[in-house]
Design a protein around this ligand. Sequence first.
Ligand SMILES: Cc1cc2nc3c(=O)[nH]c(=O)nc-3n(C[C@H](O)[C@H](O)[C@H](O)COP(=O)(O)OP(=O)(O)OC[C@H]3O[C@@H](n4cnc5c(N)ncnc54)[C@H](O)[C@@H]3O)c2cc1C
Length: 512
Amino acid sequence: MTTTTFSSRAQTREELSRTTFDLLVIGGGILGTSVAWMAAQAGLRVAMVDAGDFAGATSSASSKLVHGGLRYLQTGNLKLVAENHRERRALAADIAPHLVKPLDFVVPIYKDGPHGAAKMGAGVFLYSALSAFGDGVGRVVTPRQALARVPSLRREGLRAAAVYGDHQMNDSRVAIMTVRAAVEAGAVVLNHAEVVGLRFDRGLVCGADLRADGAEFGVNARLVLNATGPWVDVLRRMEDAGAAPSIRLSKGAHVVMRRPDHWKAALTTPIDRYRVSFAIPWEDHLLLGTTDEEYTGDPAAVRATDADVTQILDEAGMAVEGLRREDVTYTFAGLRVLPGGPGQVTAAKRETVVTRGKGGMLSVAGGKWTTYRHIGKVVLRTLGRLLGGDDLAAILPAVPLPGLASPDAVAMRLWTDREPGVRMDPLVARHLATHYGAIAFDLARLIREDPALGERIHPGGPDIWAQVVYARDHEWAVTVDDVVRRRTTLTVRGLDTSEIRTRIGEELHETA
Ligand SMILES: Cc1cc2nc3c(=O)[nH]c(=O)nc-3n(C[C@H](O)[C@H](O)[C@H](O)COP(=O)(O)OP(=O)(O)OC[C@H]3O[C@@H](n4cnc5c(N)ncnc54)[C@H](O)[C@@H]3O)c2cc1C
């Protein structure tokens, strides 16, 4: 059994209000979590809070890719691609090999498409060269070879295809594992805890006022990091009412649908000079997206609209046959945070913005999921300087996320376990192994104590009741959505029926 101690919410609130922390991180998306994890590893007293669920905003609304970003070649940013590749490979090899898996990508080249075979071939070759050919050599293949990888690829006008390698993940699950890593390193964390104001001492930010579980309390800290993603300017205005906007937002929507046939690779279809449409086999379904459109509304209200779904299906339909709207199981949208300034959002470079405000609060936003460790290190270096001079990032080793193990070995052991009540269906065993790594054995232990927890929540998917109990007791799940959207795959598969939501609600209230 893993040794992490899980405090109750009341205990955590108490600890937050009585300690003076070295660092308070506001925002528990992947950026905030990454910094909290690294700062705790470096030995700082760290607190992290989120107004909603950990990774409940942008960090669970991504395309789920751990990638170099093929389309950044188009903007000529080779350095960014090489840096992304380096982080991609570190995540896949050292940090989360149990949660991040390799995936081949096919770029179809059509008669009337925006790029020809020679250009695409050179592009994927350069792309793979920028990661020292660690995932094979990017190359051009025949239509037949492309169809062998993606059977529903549209054949009409298909001249050739380019092939390259990247990785994918379940972003919500990787984020929760990263929160757990931060807690194991000593961070104190609380979700569903909103910062409603900042605390000041002689003009300098020295903490925040929070609202959680109907209570109001304060957290004191030597330094405050604003990692609130799309809300970064809202927090900056709490520090300085006159702070000028530092970012712009661009909405990206996705569609999840039942997969018509077995895909061995994903599709990257060029739409125009800058944009591509992804069709990615994910969680036994097809993930389609994404849009890229300036957004000026309330970040909390971002949704995939009917028009977004139509655009995504139309664009994916340029390369995929047989897509039907009735097969859609889930839609979602998130907001890209782009550096402020003129220019079209689709052409803006996806870089990180780090600013320090009048009151000394550090704000970080932008970047990519793939490069969260890199961004974390940049912030940590700045924190080190502000707190006393040491380069805090310099001493940090590459620590793997909890549950590191071979998913194949874990699945095999779960499947062949002969103890009564625990012998699992191979699909469930595989699902747990690839979403929890060795932590799946903790779930098996729950099933041994109560065999009913081994039952599937819905016959149409591999999630089981033990995951709900585990989410409640060890993964900070408070609301039904925390469980169905981010701890399990029920919502993305369209299996979160009202009956299931009610039963999960009952499980969560057991400890309330
Ligand atoms: C459509 C789309 C697709 C993407 N696809 C990919 C991809 O495939 N691969 C990749 O590498 N990157 C991808 N990205 C980028 C990546 O998802 C983001 O860079 C990353 O998730 C940003 O994380 P964050 O922590 O900065 O923000 P968020 O995840 O948005 O976290 C900010 C948090 O702050 C909290 N917060 C806000 N206000 C308060 C407050 N007052 N008090 C407390 N907490 C507060 C919010 O609740 C939220 O959880 C994609 C982005 C988008 C939008």
